[in-house]
Every structure is written in structure tokens, then in C-alpha cells.
Design a protein around this ligand. Sequence first.
Ligand SMILES: Cc1cc2nc3c(=O)[nH]c(=O)nc-3n(C[C@H](O)[C@H](O)[C@H](O)COP(=O)(O)OP(=O)(O)OC[C@H]3O[C@@H](n4cnc5c(N)ncnc54)[C@H](O)[C@@H]3O)c2cc1C
Length: 394
Amino acid sequence: MQRYKYLIVGGGMSADAAVRGIRELDTEGPIGLVGEESHPPYARPPLSKKLWRGAPLESVWRGTQDLEVTLHAGRRAVGLDTVRREVRDDRGETYGFERLLLATGVTPRRLPFGAEDLVYFRTLDDYRRVRALADEGRRFAVLGGGFIGAELAAALASSGCRVTMLFPEQGIGSRIFPAGLSSSLGDAYRERGVVVWAGETVAAMRRDRSGLVLRTRSGRDVPADAVVAGIGVIPNTELADRADLPVNDGIVVDELLRAGHPDVFAAGDVASFHSVVLGRRMRVEHEDNALATGRQAGRNMAGAAEPYTHLPFFYSDLFDSGYEAVGEVDNRLSTVEHWQEPYRKGVVYYLRDGAVRGVLLWNVWDQVDAARRLIAEPRTWRAAELRERLPERP
Ligand SMILES: Cc1cc2nc3c(=O)[nH]c(=O)nc-3n(C[C@H](O)[C@H](O)[C@H](O)COP(=O)(O)OP(=O)(O)OC[C@H]3O[C@@H](n4cnc5c(N)ncnc54)[C@H](O)[C@@H]3O)c2cc1C
């Protein structure tokens, strides 16, 4: 059995950030990292963005190995004993720890059909598979109009592929964007040749001589050579479940990111934390949170005892538009929209009972901290007051 002062399960972005957090305070303590993928930690956002615009594949690596870490790649942790302080992997190897971090991320939701013909886009290997198909100029069906579906459809269409999008919602990103913005985004996709079927889901898939055929619930047949899905994710909580750690839509952590045990921590997409600013529990599936919780968990594993108070932001690029968003960006809240150019450049404020809970910055840059300050202000706002707030003048 190998023993580590710090053991990290999950070889993703949060795991890498945790290694860096530990090394800020402890340059020597042995760190072991057990990760299911065969690769060292890498950045996921480029898989649906930069790599399609010509960035080299090597640009995704995080360089975790340079930080005195023993990497156990291609190993899935399947057992956790918090009393003996041991983790067991799928080959029967055990790893002892003094402090443990669970940074196991999420797994894509699956459909009850399609099996091998469907790519659930999440990993570097998924990117390689889809890229090889795209380079052959295939016809793609993209299932899902949320974050991943929207980015992938844009990346594939920009690479010259024929793309059909299918999703059950009213419009692209309509769970977070106001109706006008979502509708204008749909027009932008159609102008670039994407066929957009909103309000439509796939009921079955079959293969015929010309390729795959997707049968929709309304009875439409959509032909494709390849099908990529981004239809949501499920947090990887199995290890925590088995060890009786608290789980409720993610591994429940306290303000120090401890998962119901003084020496077991959780971070990244899998962790459910209490947001000090928003006054509610949340689980965030985005980079800034993965990096910030990872770093903080790492520092706390190394003895810092600092609470996690960060309000994370997220971002995306869709053709020639981009956005950054902070807080509760949820279309069920009331919104105030302020467009400098209609649906091209502007700010959307999301309010509950008059208080700002979230801000969407559409092609508006360098305003994330100002948006955080606005959300933290303990007051209510009238629509006219908000129109003057962002962008903040330097
Ligand atoms: C294609 C794509 C594009 C994205 N673009 C953006 C973006 O533009 N902006 C943004 O803010 N966010 C983006 N994200 C989200 C961001 O990448 C995630 O929030 C981040 O990767 C989460 O980091 P994590 O370490 O928690 O999980 P992950 O990076 O998913 O890493 C978890 C790792 O743990 C491994 N693992 C799971 N269970 C076990 C186990 N039992 N044993 C061993 N290993 C295990 C998994 O195989 C995986 O490698 C994107 C995500 C994807 C997939």
C-alpha cells in the first residue's frame, strides 16, 4: 500500500488546483493523485472552443506533474474507508492518506438508446473522437441546447460540418437567457447554417444504409453521420455515498470544504457548498468554481482553515459572441435588460424580490468584479437604477 500525506481522487481541473493550493503551503508533503482518465489533468473549456479555432492540443495540459505529485492515472477509486484512512482502486490497489480530497466531477446523463453511436461530450478522448469525425466533414446531430450543446454546435458549424440541433426547451440557452436573447441567438445559429429544432426531443435512433436516423417525438426523421449529446450531468458521489459522507445533489461540504469528516474534503463540480454571498447552498459546474474550491481545499488540507467565500463566475463563447455570468443566472427570476446594441452588447440583471441575484455580461468585459459587488449589496433596486450600473466607468 502506498501512503500519502495528501491523497486526491479525481484527475481534473479541481484536482490540479488543489495540488497547487497544497504546494502554496507545503512544498514537500507527499501528494498522490488517483484519476480514472488515462491522461494527467487538463483544461476542459478548450475542448469545445479554442481547440476548434486552431489552438494546439498540448495547450490543454495543466502541468500538474511538475509539482512533485505521484500520478496514478487510469485508476478508478471504488472504495473509501474513512476509519482506516484508505482508498481502494478498481485494480485492488490501496492508498493510505492523512488528508483526502474528493474531486470526482460529474458524469454526463445518458439516453436509453444510441449506445456506442452517441458521444456524450466531456473528455479529451470525446474531443478526439468528435474531431476525427468532423475532419471527415460529417453531418452532425447535436442533442441539447444548453451550455455544452450550444458550444459544440457552434464549433462544428464553424469547422464546416452540417449541424442539426435538437432540444426540448423553447430556445438555445433558454434556461438562463431572456426570451429575446435566446431567440436572437437561434437566428444567429440559423444564419450560420445550423438547423435548429427547438421544443423537440429524440425518441429513438436507428442505423440505415446512409447513416444514422433520429426519430423525434413529433415524428420527424433527422439523418446524421454522428450524434453528440450535452444533456446535463450527474455528480459523481458514489465514493462519498459508500463512506456515508453527506450527499445531497453533490457532496455536501462545510465552509472549510470538509465533507462531513475533519480530514476529508470535496471540491469542484461534485461539491455542494454554502454561498455566503447568495445565502444558499449551490453546486456549480464551471471552471472558476472548480479552480477556486480546488485551491481552497488544497490550502485547507495543508492546514490553512480558511472559509470558502468566493462567488464564482462562468463564461462561454458562441460564434462571435461571448459572455461572462455571475451568481444566480436563472430565467425563473425576474430580469432587467440593458442593451447598448440589442442582443449584441449589454447586461441582464436577475432579481428576486428586488435584490440582484445574478448578472449576465453579454459581450461586455472586465465587469465580473463589479457584478459581484452589485450582488453583494444588501438592498433592492428599481429597474431604472440598474440601467446605469454596469459597465462601471473606470
Ligand atoms: C467541453 C466542456 C467545456 C467547458 N467549458 C467551460 C467554459 O467555457 N467555462 C466554464 O466556466 N466552464 C466550462 N466547463 C466546465 C469545467 O470544465 C468544469 O467545471 C471543470 O472541469 C470541473 O472540474 P472538476 O475537477 O470538478 O471535474 P472534472 O474536470 O470533470 O474532473 C473530474 C475527474 O475525476 C475523475 N473521476 C471521477 N470519478 C473518479 C473515481 N472514482 N476515481 C478516480 N477518478 C475519478 C473523472 O474521470 C475526471 O477526470 C466545460 C466543461 C466541458 C466538459
